[in-house]
Design a protein around this ligand. Structure first.
Ligand SMILES: [Mg+2]
Length: 397
């Protein structure tokens, strides 16, 4: 079998690809939402993969993997990898998990990082209110992640939250030491959320990046009695093109609150330092940014050898990302906690794919489907309705 084409479209807010073959099989994948600017970059890889056998996934990946970088510049490589597994699964008539080593669990745990209720403010009661609504969701999530501090609007809406001048336009990397006032406010908000969850549901907090190592340690120690599931991305994280293990080593060894990072990191090589030096307790790569599903599997296995847990990122990966994460999570070692459930962005995404009935969350879990490939396919006559004018030939082979 040979790859005949790579096509890209922006569907809703997600970049999506189709890899076509001379045997009629088609592989699909999506990248994180709001990355429409990646379209020309994705097409750069077309000539590097056309003519190759898509079922020799690693051989194809060796020709493109080094031509990527930290989020968002690893997205194209990651999408191609996932689409190749989709083709390979269909060619072998097995679900992708069989090709990643087989499943060790029939149901995979997910956590809520995408189903949100608008915060009416940044006071403790607002966080408590949103948490109550998320706790009542029919998915019965066993872990809920909430953005706080530098990761939500708290840093700019709470006056004197930190010793810096907040910049809210663009993607400015706000950071700095927190004031006593800001720190106490953050703690009160966390206490309010913990009270609502009342031990029934784990609370993970996405905190930055933007905190200093000193504030990160102070926060981690201050919430030790609250049994927080993890503190995420206090020092690095979203769109920081570096790892900074040394800074995490000023925090992680000195607290029993689990420290988490890794959603922006590209490739296994860039996890070696974090893992071998045990700079964090939990890592959370995103399959649509790290380099794909096998890349995630390698990293999870290596983390497990070092006593590090695994909780993949995925909030923006859309329903194609959801299907891929389910296949992957079925195969991960027992350091797996849960992956971040992606949602369809926008709502009509739920009308343009087959296989979604098999991906319903019950009791915070999804039962792993046995559909060949990644498990979902486009309903082309429905999906076509939402193609942009420039992407009109997306479904033409
Ligand atoms: Mg995060």
């Amino acid at each position: 079998m040979k790859i005949t084409d790579l096509k890209c479209a922006i569907l809703g807010n997600n970049p999506v690809i189709r890899i076509t073959t001379d045997e009629g099989l088609v592989g699909i994948a999506a990248g994180e939402s709001n990355k429409s600017y990646l379209n020309p970059m994705i097409m750069f890889y077309r000539d590097l993969i056309v003519g190759k056998d898509p079922t020799d996934v690693e051989r194809v990946m060796l020709s493109i993997r080094r031509l990527g970088a930290f989020k968002p510049w690893g997205t194209a490589v990651s999408m191609i990898e996932m689409a190749l597994w989709d083709i390979s699964g269909q060619a072998a008539d097995v679900p992708v998990y069989k090709l990643l080593g087989g499943k060790i669990r029939d149901r995979v745990r997910v956590y809520n990082g995408s189903i949100r209720f608008p915060l009416e403010g940044n006071q403790p009661e607002h966080y408590a209110d949103a948490m109550g609504k998320m706790k009542a969701l029919p998915e019965a999530f066993s872990i809920i992640k909430q953005a706080v501090g530098f990761h939500d609007s708290m840093y700019s809406n709470i006056e004197d939250f930190y010793y810096g001048t907040p910049v809210t336009e663009g993607r400015y990397p706000n950071r700095g030491p927190m004031t006593e006032k800001g720190f106490k406010h953050l703690i009160r908000c966390i206490e309010a959320m913990v009270e609502v969850l009342d031990g029934d549901v784990g609370l993970a907090l996405d905190c930055g990046p933007g905190m200093t190592p000193g504030d990160a340690l102070r926060l981690a120690k201050s919430v030790e009695d609250m049994h927080i599931t993890w503190l995420e991305d206090m020092l690095t994280g979203d769109y920081t093109p570096y790892v900074l293990s040394d800074l995490y080593l000023q925090v992680t060894p000195y607290t029993n609150t689990p420290i988490h990072t890794g959603e922006q990191i590209y490739l296994r090589q860039n996890f070696v330092d974090l893992i071998e030096r045990k700079a964090v307790n939990i890592i959370g790569p995103d399959p649509a940014d790290v380099g794909g599903l096998a890349e995630m599997k390698f990293i999870a296995e290596y983390a497990d050898l070092h006593g590090i847990l695994f909780a993949p990122h995925g909030t923006g990966d859309g329903l194609l990302g959801l299907a891929a994460l389910v296949q992957l999570a079925a195969t991960l070692p027992d350091n797996y906690i849960a992956f971040e459930l992606p949602s369809g962005d926008t709502k009509w995404w739920y009308d343009i794919l087959t296989g979604l009935d098999s991906l319903v969350v019950k009791d915070s879990h999804i039962t792993v489907p046995d559909i060949p490939g990644i498990g979902v396919k486009f309903i082309e006559q429905e999906a076509t309705k939402y193609l942009k004018e420039s992407d009109r030939d997306f479904f033409d082979d």
